[in-house]
Design a protein around this ligand. Structure first.
Ligand code: PEP
Ligand code: MG
Length: 326
């Protein structure tokens, strides 16, 4: 298998019937970067910037942030990188930055974009570091845990202000700046068209989206086998997002754990996803699946099953059988 994955590294990322799918990696620290070439991935679909904050003993200084982002872009050698603004709070606590309020439900609490909009200095300095590091190159910025569109507008104001500030001081700006949102809070599912008109791209955070749609703590092992992301209702949710992306001509990626398992990656591709981001070790197995996959067949298979009257179909088993029969 390892042999096969190595061979696939330089092969095009295409299905059996010639459909291109971007296979990207999730990363968060410089140590992850060599994996980009080793795995033969198309880029970094999710760079978790909070990792630098989590391994530090105090807030990383602006220069340290800029340095990391520059190193990441250098190491990516022109492959696209999507930087997510810090997603702290919830399960990601910083020892030097305590939320003084008691939170009964931290996953639903003061975290990610909620926190950075309340502490705009944090977002401002991070955005400035990113803009400077990406001077003369492309920059993709992604906002985590967006719940309503006003948060995007507020973040954009901060971003625009930093752009104006840097251009006033004659800094080299990014050649293009794209701003995207994570789709991981269910409220966005009923405003996808409006969302997609207000961002350049979206990325589904299936870990959190599943947690919130199923009201199931993603870290609770007692519940880990209880509900299935490959169930009809959740697959319908994922299809709803892919369809909205197509309708609005908005690029859609999925960057949760789902993307890294061949069987679920197969389902995602069948639902219309053409870009998925996963842990580097998953690229080989997922690419092996992709090269054998007739996309038209999996698409028709999913349309038949998800559009029918039965919401209790054992989709995981059916998908496995589909894969085994090819
Ligand atoms: C997710 O929620 O699926 C995601 C990719 O982000 P994180 O796992 O960092 O919350
Ligand atoms: Mg998340």
């Amino acid at each position: 298998r390892q042999e096969l994955y190595r061979e696939l590294r330089t092969k095009p990322s295409k299905s059996k019937d010639g459909v291109h799918v971007d296979l990207l990696i999730n990363a968060g620290l410089m140590v992850d970067l060599p994996q980009l070439a080793e795995a033969g991935a198309g880029g970094i679909g999710l760079f978790r910037t909070e990792l630098q904050f989590m391994v530090a003993s105090t807030f990383p200084r602006a220069e340290a942030q800029e340095g990391l982002y520059r190193d990441v872009l250098d190491a990516a050698q022109g492959k696209p990188v999507t930087f997510r603004t810090i997603d702290i709070g919830g399960d990601k606590v910083l020892p030097y930055f305590k939320n003084t309020a008691h939170e009964e439900n931290p996953a639903l609490g003061w975290r990610a974009i909620r926190l950075t909009l309340d502490r705009p200095g944090l977002l401002r300095s991070q955005v400035r570091a990113l803009l400077k590091a990406a001077g003369g190159r492309e920059l993709k910025l992604m906002l985590p845990m967006v719940t309503e569109l006003a948060e995007i507008a507020q973040a954009r104001e901060i971003i625009d202000r930093e752009v104006r500030h840097l251009s006033r001081f004659a800094h080299l700006l990014p050649t293009s700046l794209k701003v995207g949102a994570m789709v991981e809070v269910p409220s966005l599912l009923w405003q996808l068209d409006e969302l997609m008109k207000s961002v350049d791209f979206v990325s589904v955070g299936s870990n959190d989206l599943f947690q919130f749609v199923m009201a199931t703590d993603r870290g609770n092992t007692q519940l880990s086998d209880r509900f299935d992301p490959l169930s009809v209702p959740f697959l319908r949710v994922l299809k709803h997002i892919a369809d909205a992306g197509r309708r609005n001509h908005t690029p859609v990626t999925l960057c949760g754990e789902l993307a890294g398992k061949p069987i679920s990656a197969m389902a995602l591709i069948g639902l219309g996803y053409r870009s998925i981001s996963m842990s580097p070790a998953a690229i080989g197995p997922v690419k092996a699946m992709l090269t054998e996959l007739p996309v038209n067949e999996i698409k028709a298979f999913l349309e038949d099953n998800l559009g029918g009257p039965r919401v209790d179909l054992p989709m995981r088993g059916l998908l496995q059988t589909f894969a085994d029969d090819r």
